[in-house]
Write a protein that binds this ligand. Structure first.
Ligand code: PSU
Ligand code: MN
Length: 300
């Protein structure tokens, strides 16, 4: 028995081989402010549906992982003061064993989606190697899970608050193919380019699907498809650089570590940019949901 409960709609789609796209909940509960997060959550699901696939937002509720949250469950995950934990893959055992609730990261969502028979997953940015990781050892579990789980993750690269070159090295070591969507540059979340090259590029959903299907014959690792933020929503580079410097300063000053680093940096961006980074965040994740759905349709 798979350790995850599927909504009726998601179960039907998986069992009949229709396209399904997994969506994560940490970007809602820990990456966006209450209110806005519910709007984005609904918009992501509508976008996936409009492209012909079934959305499966994933979270852990009262000790059970759920794929395909109902409207009420989505509201619960997005509520102010919901107090949900951020659950990476290592946290699923403790959270379910203890009957807790929490939001799932890229790592845990990819692993749960795979167990549920869902091969395509859309998110905003992948976790990666943090700046200063040679001292802090802070490397997101997202990378370790992608090395082992054959999920396609569609994202806008990794946040520029990370050490992007080191992250790409770890992905290479992990045998995870990195594809640029209509670009030869690895994107940096709020920015369209990190200045670092991607090894492969694909031009349309059919090519992406062909690569994913072929990769599964050779390796058990995932595939990363990097889709740059839409040009009209890209952040100004100077503003971005300033927010990043301030954000890193804030982390040092407040001794923020571990799983709180990413949410703290995102929150700083959102408040200090007066919402500019929120609009950017929404635009990129919606664009990734659409692309993921188009690829899921090709794969089905
Ligand atoms: N990207 C976003 N917002 C987020 C995250 C990524 O746009 O909130 C979350 C994802 O859930 C990702 C996690 O898996 O941050 C990575 O956290 P960490 O660096 O602690 O592994
Ligand atoms: Mn970390």
């Amino acid at each position: 028995m798979i350790p995850i409960s599927l909504s009726g709609e998601v179960a039907d789609a998986v069992n009949s081989g229709r396209p399904v796209v997994a969506l994560e909940s940490t970007l809602l509960s820990h990456g966006l402010p209450p209110g806005r997060n519910l709007d984005v959550a609904r918009r992501l699901e509508e976008t996936v549906r409009a492209a012909g696939a079934v959305p499966a937002t994933i979270a852990v509720l009262d000790g059970t992982p759920v794929a395909g949250l109902s409207g009420a469950q989505l509201e619960r995950v997005c509520a102010a003061g919901a107090g949900l934990d951020k659950l990476s893959l290592r946290d699923l055992g403790p959270a379910t064993g203890l009957g807790r609730s929490g939001a799932t990261t890229v790592a845990s969502t990819s692993a749960l989606a795979h167990r549920a028979g869902i091969g395509v997953f859309a998110t905003g940015g992948l976790g990666g190697v943090h700046l200063g990781a040679s001292e802090s050892w802070d490397v997101s579990a997202d990378l370790g899970v992608l090395a082992r789980v054959p999920t396609l993750v569609v994202c806008s690269g990794v946040k520029s608050v990370l050490d992007i070159a080191a992250t790409l090295e770890v992905l290479e070591t992990s045998s995870v193919p990195v594809l640029g969507y209509r670009t030869g540059d690895f994107p940096a979340f709020y920015l369209r380019s990190s200045g670092l090259a991607v090894p492969w590029r694909v031009e349309d959903p059919a090519q992406a699907a062909a690569v994913v299907a072929a990769h599964r014959r050779y390796a058990g690792s995932g595939v990363l498809l990097a889709n740059p933020i839409p040009a009209e929503s890209e952040m100004d580079r100077e503003l971005h650089g300033r927010l990043l410097t301030e954000g890193l300063e804030l982390l040092r000053g407040n001794g923020i570590r571990g799983k709180d680093v990413t949410p703290a940096l995102l929150e700083h961006f959102h408040t200090a940019s007066g919402g500019v980074s929120l609009d950017a965040n929404e635009a990129l994740v919606v664009s990734n949901a659409k692309l993921a759905a188009e690829i899921a349709v090709e794969l089905a």
